[in-house]
Design a binder for this molecule. Structure first.
Ligand code: NDP
Length: 402
């Protein structure tokens, strides 16, 4: 029995993980689940799964959760506060941690799981973008097993030779090709982007995901974050990662080898496939995803991304090349700008404008330790909020209403 903790269990990846776990009760035991504020959904999950532990980072919501549960599930201990997530990641009966919290909020628990030598299923790409060198060092030092959940990185991992480990490119690997759907605005004229709504940005053509990553997909920042993630996970320079727009989202990514061979992983766009791959690895287990019918799919198209229209990708490429604290700045400014867009305080084209302004002001530098990462994160968030405040005082950058 493999003990599992799902951090971010109320989210899109979290729910898909529970769906896969439910198919294999003989193999996995859900020990702990955690979220931020969604007491109602967590209470429902606790009633279904009866895990030993459940936590909400938000203390008030944790109180609400206790009230909702009453004495109905005495076997579940409810924890509260941000520190509780790290506690869950460290439990000795937890062998496998699904890191599916969105954004920088997932950093500490992800790092804790890496330091404790767990099998770490990494969906929370922001923690790797922010603290990649620290996270990879922790994985190497503790002997943790790092398995990527992002469908693209999971695809790349699947195309590596058996025995390959994250952080070390196998001999003969020339480059990786990261695919991108292009998001909901792939074919929208640049002039029309000022009027797009959060609802339109979150209506991804192929994937059902949380709101933040949906907006990141629409701006192509998601691909930028994934570029940084790929460099760290597979020990590559940014020049060895090519980005391809592939509207069908069937080829999840590819690896090119020195002999000219290109290996790809294909599948229906369903996160349960990479989740099941990482949960079962090295075995293959049922995921519940539909099997791919290539005759029905018909064609597979590829084209270069439009970097004039999607400036976030260029900004992320610059941060990837600069390294050090630059990705921290990029990520923090992006999180703040995306939140402002979702709250209709900022329009879509202003997202890269805010990030660029924050990056221009940042001093960068190397990552000495976690304190540097947290300080740069806080500083960049403050600059981003200031910039948004100044921008919204002028006309024309407020978000559009549905
Ligand atoms: P969702 O927004 O659907 O879910 C986010 C989860 O994180 C929720 O459980 C939420 O809890 C929790 N959370 C948010 N803030 C905090 C906090 N401060 N402390 C503790 N928990 C918190 O996101 P997704 O599932 O879409 O994405 C999760 C991660 O996986 C992201 O990093 C994303 O980039 C990555 N990813 C997602 C994919 C997808 O298909 N969705 C694909 C590849 C990667 P609550 O519900 O209480 O707010």
């Amino acid at each position: 029995m493999i003990g599992v903790a799902v951090l971010g269990s109320t989210g899109s990846v979290g729910e898909s993980t529970l769906d896969v776990l439910a198919r294999h009760p003989e193999r996995f035991r859900l020990i702990a689940i955690a979220a931020n504020t969604n007491a109602a959904k967590l209470a429902q999950q606790i009633r279904t799964w009866r895990p030993a532990y459940a936590a909400l980072a938000d203390e008030r919501a944790a109180g609400e959760l206790q009230e909702l549960l009453g004495n109905a599930v005495p076997e579940t201990r409810v924890l509260a506060g941000r520190g509780a997530l790290e506690e869950l990641a460290l439990l000795p009966e937890v062998h496998c941690v699904m890191a599916a919290i969105v954004g920088a909020a997932g950093l500490r628990s992800t790092l804790a799981a890496a330091r404790a030598g767990k099998r770490l299923l990494l969906a929370n790409k922001e923690s790797l973008v922010m603290a990649g060198p620290l996270l990879m060092t922790a994985v190497n030092a503790s002997g943790a097993t790092l398995l990527p959940i992002d469908s693209e990185h999971n695809a790349i991992f699947q195309c590596l030779p058996a025995g390959a480990v994250c952080g070390h490119p196998p001999p003969g690997l020339r480059r990786v090709l990261l695919t991108a759907s292009g998001g909901p605005f792939r074919d929208t004229p640049a002039e029309a982007l000022g009027a797009v709504t959060p609802e339109a940005a979150c209506a991804h053509p192929n994937w059902v995901m949380g709101r933040k990553i949906s907006v990141d997909s629409a701006t192509l920042m998601n691909k930028g974050l994934e570029l940084i993630e790929a460099c760290l996970l597979f020990g590559l320079t940014p020049e060895r990662v090519q980005i391809l727009v592939h509207p069908q989202s069937i080829v999840h990514s590819l690896v090119e080898y020195a002999d000219g061979s290109v290996l790809a992983q294909l599948g229906a766009p369903d996160m349960r496939t990479p989740i099941a791959h990482a949960l079962g690895w090295p075995d293959r287990i049922d995921s519940g995803a539909e099997f791919l019918d290539l005759l029905k799919a018909g064609r597979l198209d590829f084209r270069a991304p439009d970097t004039e229209k999607f400036r976030c990708l260029v900004l992320a490429q610059a941060a990837a090349c600069a390294g050090g604290l630059s990705p921290v700045v990029l990520n923090a400014a992006n999180e703040v700008a995306v939140q402002a867009f979702l709250e209709r305080r900022l329009n879509f084209p202003a997202i890269p404008a805010v990030i660029e302004a924050v990056m221009e002001r940042a001093t960068g530098g190397a990552i000495g330790g976690l304190e540097d990462v947290l300080a740069a994160d806080e500083d960049s968030r403050m600059h981003a909020r200031e910039r948004i405040g100044r921008l919204t005082a002028t006309a024309g950058v407020r978000g559009a209403h549905a």
